[in-house]
Design a protein around this ligand. Structure first.
Ligand SMILES: N[C@@H](CCC(=O)N[C@@H](CS)C(=O)NCC(=O)O)C(=O)O
Length: 289
């Protein structure tokens, strides 16, 4: 193993704004707003401020699944938050999410309106509000919530750990890549064993556990996220692959993935979503034509 252990931490850590790396310009050691910016509000009950990262996709998939079931009250406006430009530090955004991370959600159908931050909290809020994708039976509900919280606790090792050091870090550090590859593979094996005897994560039904886990682990094995499928030998997790491919075919998942997307093929980017018809008329290829 190469020796990258030359750093001796000082007594008190000081912020070096020029530390480098893809996300260095937006990371700060302090919370709160950096500038005044009022968030736009559209016509629909739900206002989502987000970006099509896996955490953002969880929520747009949930909305599209609810709408596919006919829940008109789940209509939403989705506004693009460019985290590379620091939109998450605008005052309006921080009022919705004091943690300055996408996604952030407002429900204007309540009086007063309800703010929801953390993607797992949004899935639970919407599942309870519309009575969908969360089993009613107490034991089944508990199993589903265990997996929802598993995702919220585990994915930072996959994203902030593995994904960061494999794909984004300005230097390739073997120790860090080894440490988080080990954990990512262990987590994939957890899922593979769980899916060996079940069609979906928490049983026979598609739930918010699948909606939370698929954008991360499903898209990693399908080689959409981090382009690391070969490195992780993702093909060996056969049950995860079967589940990931099945979910990828759902029309609501295909729509949800497009919302607030600002990269990739133009026909798959719907940067803002204000109407179901936008998928036909407002994709970026059509906007730019
Ligand atoms: N636990 C949070 C994580 C959200 C999160 O990490 N969002 C990232 C994008 S995937 C973000 O907004 N990063 C911007 C930043 O760190 O400044 C959730 O699930 O909602």
């Amino acid at each position: 193993m190469s020796d990258d252990s030359s750093y001796t931490p000082p007594k008190v850590w000081k912020w070096d704004a020029e530390s480098g790396g893809k996300w260095a310009s937006i990371n700060r050691p302090i919370a709160g707003a950096t500038h005044d910016k009022v968030l736009p509000v559209g016509d629909h009950p739900f206002q989502l401020y987000s970006l099509a990262t896996p955490n953002g996709v969880k929520v747009t998939v949930m909305f599209e699944e609810l709408l596919a079931l006919g829940h008109k009250g789940a209509e939403y406006d989705a506004w693009l938050i460019n985290i590379g430009e620091g939109d998450q530090f605008g005052s309006g955004f921080v009022e919705v999410n004091p943690n300055s991370k996408i996604p952030a959600l407002m429900d204007h159908s309540t009086n007063p309106p309800t703010r929801i931050f953390e993607s797992g909290a949004m899935l639970l809020y919407l599942a309870e509000k519309f009575g969908e994708f969360l089993p009613a039976d107490h034991a089944a509900r508990t199993e589903c919530l265990s997996w929802l919280f598993w995702q919220m606790g585990s994915a930072p090792y996959l994203g902030g750990g593995f994904g960061h050091f494999y794909k984004y870090a300005p230097v390739s550090i073997e120790y860090c890549i080894d440490r988080f590859t080990m954990e990512t593979k262990r987590q994939l094996d957890v899922l593979d064993r769980q899916l060996a005897e079940r069609q979906f994560i928490s049983g026979d039904n598609y739930t918010i556990a699948d909606i939370a886990i698929w954008p991360w682990y499903g898209q990693v094995v399908l080689d959409v996220v981090y382009e690391a499928a070969e490195f992780l030998d993702a093909a060996s997790y056969k049950n995860v692959n079967r589940w990931a491919s099945e979910i990828a075919k759902r029309p609501a998942v295909q729509r949800g993935k497009m919302v607030n997307k600002g990269t990739g093929p133009l026909e798959l980017q719907l940067r803002e979503r204000h109407d179901a018809g936008d998928f036909e008329t407002k994709t970026q290829d059509k906007v730019e034509a």
